[in-house]
Design a binder for this molecule. Structure first.
Ligand SMILES: [Zn+2]
Ligand SMILES: [Zn+2]
Length: 434
């Protein structure tokens, strides 16, 4: 074995070894097993029927199969072409992995394979969850989900972008990062390709290995990973998320706008804010009130004031983002004191107004993180639940905005309300990315 390998290394260039060897591994560990799985249906139909995970009427037609073959061949060509160009032009003939006349030792091979498996799982899991975000799903990942009852070849039935960045990169990068031997990479690649053909095969062989990913194709929103480690860990993330929610709700969060020194004389809320359409503070937001739906602002109501003051200020913020400051979703100021609530139409921009950034509700908006009127909640997936605070602040003097930017910033507002706070109230909506 050692001699055979050493002959190969002395006969061929590293570029030839890496390119042709990788192609050979792809043929042997993906195309051959896929062909075997698919031919079962034709050669042994009754055996195949007995072992299919999903019912016969859901299975792809012959036409689907040809379409799949065409796309997968294209993707194979694309991957090989990119590999070749990288090797020849970018790396100028230098191999991406270690090509030496010695084979890797068994301990080294084992260590690199285990680490590569874990790294690949993380890259694939988070990449796959990102592909399920609304923006990327409709543009890219929808193609891979065409097969709700997958077949082996459908493993690489995907948009070219997905093929390169979610399929090829998470497999090729880990052994490169570890500086692995090329043979280690091939063993890893062979395992991953045979595995992906198997999990898409639609059969209950190998202890039902396909069951988990088959269910992902059938029902979309579960089992994002490949070995299931991170899917399992997600439950810990849930638990952690709820724990921070409970702790956070009990101790006032020092990131919040209302924990600023301007509120020193008013540590507790005094204005009761309600949201009749969603429920009491702490309620989960429905889809329409998040970026998953149309992104409505919760309609809020409050009683007409007994005290004498000038106007209201409304801030919407998320203190649970994993960054040092709250994410600002909206700033609304000069809300007339006569108002006892805000509705969605109030937040439409008033065109033809002599004043810039004026809204239909008779008040103005300031700068949020996107420079829009409002940013609907869309927390980072897997980060657990986030709280979206809507803080209404009564000011006993109007905000002096002459010296401020046209689109006022949170800092400017914070400085300007010093000594003007007459009272405040809050309503909190909760949401987490599905
Ligand atoms: Zn998916
Ligand atoms: Zn799949």
């Amino acid at each position: 074995m050692e001699q055979f390998w050493s002959d190969i290394v002395t006969t061929y260039s590293p570029l030839q070894i890496e390119f042709l060897g990788t192609l050979l591994v792809q043929i042997l560990s993906f195309w051959v097993p896929s062909a075997c799985y698919i031919s079962l249906d034709y050669c042994f139909p009754s055996f195949s029927q007995r072992h299919k995970l999903q019912s016969a009427y859901k299975q792809p037609t012959q036409r689907d199969l040809y379409e799949c073959l065409r796309v997968v061949l294209q993707n194979q060509l694309l991957t090989s072409a990119v590999h070749f160009v990288l090797l020849l032009l970018v790396q100028q003939g230098k191999p991406s992995y270690r090509v030496t006349s010695f084979l890797p030792s068994l301990p080294e091979l084992t260590r690199d394979i285990i680490l590569s498996l874990l790294l690949r799982e993380a890259l694939f899991y988070y990449g796959h969850r990102l592909l399920h975000s609304r923006y990327l799903y409709s543009r890219i990942h929808k193609q891979h989900h065409k097969f709700t009852a997958p077949i082996a070849l459908a493993a690489q039935y995907a948009h070219p972008f997905e093929q390169l960045f979610a399929n090829a990169l998470p497999i090729s990068a880990p052994p490169q990062l570890l500086g692995s031997h090329i043979v280690t990479f091939w063993v890893f690649l062979a395992y991953e390709l045979a595995n992906t053909a198997t999990v898409h095969s639609g059969y209950d062989f190998l202890g039902g290995k396909a069951r988990m990913h088959d269910a992902h194709h059938e029902r979309f929103n579960l089992n994002y990973g490949s070995i299931g480690l991170l899917d399992w860990m997600r439950y810990f993330q849930y638990a952690l998320g709820y724990l921070t929610l409970i702790v956070g709700a009990n101790s006032r969060h020092n990131k919040l706008f209302t924990s600023h020194p301007a509120f020193a004389d008013h540590p507790f809320p005094t204005i009761p804010i309600e949201c009749p359409e969603l429920g009491r503070s702490g309620t989960y937001l429905d889809k329409d009130h998040t970026s998953e739906g149309v992104g409505l602002i919760p309609a809020l109501t409050w009683p007409s004031p007994a005290d004498d003051f000038d106007e209201y200020l409304l801030i919407s913020e998320d203190p649970d983002a994993p960054i040092p400051e709250s994410v600002i979703h909206g700033i609304y100021y000069r809300i007339p004191r006569e108002k006892t609530g805000v509705q969605n139409p109030d937040f439409r921009v008033l065109n033809n107004s002599p004043e810039k950034y004026m809204l239909r509700g008779g008040f103005k908006y300031g700068q949020n993180r996107h420079g829009t009127v409002y940013v609907p909640p869309s927390p980072f997936f897997g980060h657990g639940p986030h709280r979206y605070f809507f803080e209404l602040i009564a000011l006993n003097n109007s905000l002096e905005t002459e010296a401020m930017n046209d689109l006022v910033t949170l800092d400017e507002v914070q400085r300007a309300i010093q000594g003007k706070v007459a009272g405040w109230g809050e309503w909190v909506g909760v949401f987490e990315s599905p």
